[in-house]
Design a protein around this ligand. Structure first.
Ligand code: ZN
Length: 341
C-alpha cells in the first residue's frame, strides 16, 4: 500500500466494529528485558549547590556569552546524565565565556534507586517532566517534584540554551527532542552524537521542561531533550557526554571529540500522540523506538476496542511505551519534517 504526498492521513484510532472480537483478550507480547550496568553517581559534593539553590552548580566566564544549562535527574532513575555532569564537575571544567549551570534536578528520586526494582526511582511523588506550565508552577498545589521545579525556576528563566538529559526504558534509537519553536529545532540540529531529531508539541498530560514558555514561545532561548539510549547502559553515558560536549565545548575552550561532531541526519516531526485510553493497551509487536513502518494503515496496537494504525507511509514510532498506564502516552507517530526556517 502506498500513498502520494497529497493523500490525506488515515485515522490513527479506529473502534473495531465486530462485537465478537471485543470478547477476545488483547494479544500479549513478551517484553524485552532490561539490563542494569550503571550505578548512581556520588553527587554528594554538588547537593548543596554553589549558588544558593540546592543541586545547582553555576559558573561564570570572564567574557560575555550565553547561559548554558544542562539538566540531569528530572527522572531519578535516568542517571546517565548525572554521571556525565558529575564527571565534568570533578574535572573542574569552567566556562571561558558566558555562564554555565549544571542541575541535579531530583536527587531525592535517585536516592530511591534499587537495581532490583529500577523503575521505582523515576520520581518521589509525580512526573517532574509534566509540571512546568506557568499556571501549575504558580498554583498552590504542593508536591515534591513541583516544589523542586519552583526552586529551580530562576535558573530555567535565565537559560539561553538548555539541554535536558534523559534516557529510555525500552529499546530505541537515541534522539534529540525539541518543541516546535524555531530556536529549539535549530539547536537540535547542532547537538552531537545523536542521529535523529524529533520536533513535537509535548504531551497532553502536562508541560515538559522544554515546553516552558521560555523556550516554546518564539524567541532566542532554546531547549532540547536528549533521549540518550537505554537507562542503565554505559553507551548511554558516552552518548550523553558527546551531546553535552557539543554544547559546552566551545564556551569552555574544550575540543569536541570527533565522535561528538556527528549531528542529526534524520529530521522528524511528530503528527500524532497516542494516549492509552484503557489499562489494556497492547502493541501487536515489541516495536523499537525509531522504527519506521513503511505502509500506512499498519496495525500497531490494540487499546480496548480500538485499533491503533499508522496514518501514513514511512511512519516513525517515537518511543513506544510497551506497557503504558491508562492516560499515559503510548507512542507518538512522526514523519519526515522540512528543516526549521
Ligand atoms: Zn526521562
Amino acid at each position: 500500500m502506498t500513498c502520494g504526498p497529497d493523500e490525506a492521513p488515515l485515522p490513527v484510532r479506529v473502534t473495531r466494529p465486530t462485537p465478537f472480537l471485543d470478547r477476545l483478550p488483547p494479544p500479549v507480547q513478551p517484553l524485552p528485558r532490561w539490563r542494569v550496568d550503571l550505578t548512581p553517581p556520588d553527587i554528594a559534593p554538588w547537593r548543596a549547590g554553589n549558588c544558593g539553590i540546592p543541586g545547582v552548580m553555576h559558573y561564570e566566564g570572564r567574557r560575555p556569552g550565553p547561559h548554558i544549562v544542562c539538566v540531569s535527574l528530572i527522572h531519578g532513575n535516568e542517571f546517565a546524565g548525572a554521571i556525565v555532569l558529575d564527571r565534568l564537575l570533578r574535572a573542574r571544567i569552567r566556562p571561558r565565556s558566558g555562564r554555565l549551570s549544571f542541575i541535579f534536578a531530583n536527587p531525592e528520586a535517585m536516592d530511591l534507586f534499587d537495581p532490583r526494582d529500577p523503575i521505582r526511582a523515576r520520581c518521589v511523588e509525580e512526573d517532574m517532566n509534566r509540571v512546568w506550565s506557568p499556571a501549575t508552577l504558580a498554583g498552590s498545589r504542593a508536591a515534591h517534584e513541583l516544589d523542586r521545579a519552583r526552586v529551580l525556576l530562576p535558573v530555567i528563566l535565565t537559560a539561553d540554551r538548555l539541554l535536558d538529559l534523559h534516557s529510555m526504558l525500552w529499546p530505541g534509537d537515541p534522539l534529540i527532542l525539541s518543541g516546535l519553536a524555531t530556536a529549539g529545532r535549530e539547536m537540535a540540529q547542532r547537538i552531537g552524537g545523536v542521529a535523529t531529531a524529533v520536533a513535537d508539541q509535548g504531551h497532553p498530560s502536562g508541560c515538559r521542561l522544554i515546553d516552558h514558555p521560555r523556550f516554546s514561545d518564539e524567541g532566542p532561548a532554546a531547549a532540547c531533550l536528549l533521549e540518550a539510549g537505554q537507562h542503565w547502559h554505559e553507551s548511554t553515558v558516552s552518548r550523553a557526554m558527546q551531546a553535552v560536549m557539543s554544547l559546552i565545548g566551545p564556551c569552555c575552550g574544550l575540543p569536541v571529540p570527533a565522535s561528538g561532531t556527528s549531528v542529526p541526519q534524520r529530521d522528524m516531526m511528530v503528527t500524532d500522540v497516542v494516549t492509552a485510553r484503557t489499562g489494556a493497551f497492547r502493541f501487536v509487536a515489541p516495536f523499537r523506538g525509531g522504527q519506521v513502518l513503511p505502509a500506512r494503515g499498519t496495525l500497531v496496537a490494540h487499546d480496548g476496542r480500538d485499533e491503533i494504525r499508522t496514518p501514513y507511509d514511512r511512519c516513525m514510532l517515537v518511543m513506544p511505551n510497551l506497557r503504558p498506564a491508562r492516560g499515559h502516552t503510548a507512542v507518538r507517530f512522526a514523519r519526515a519534517a522540512s528543516s526549521p526556517a
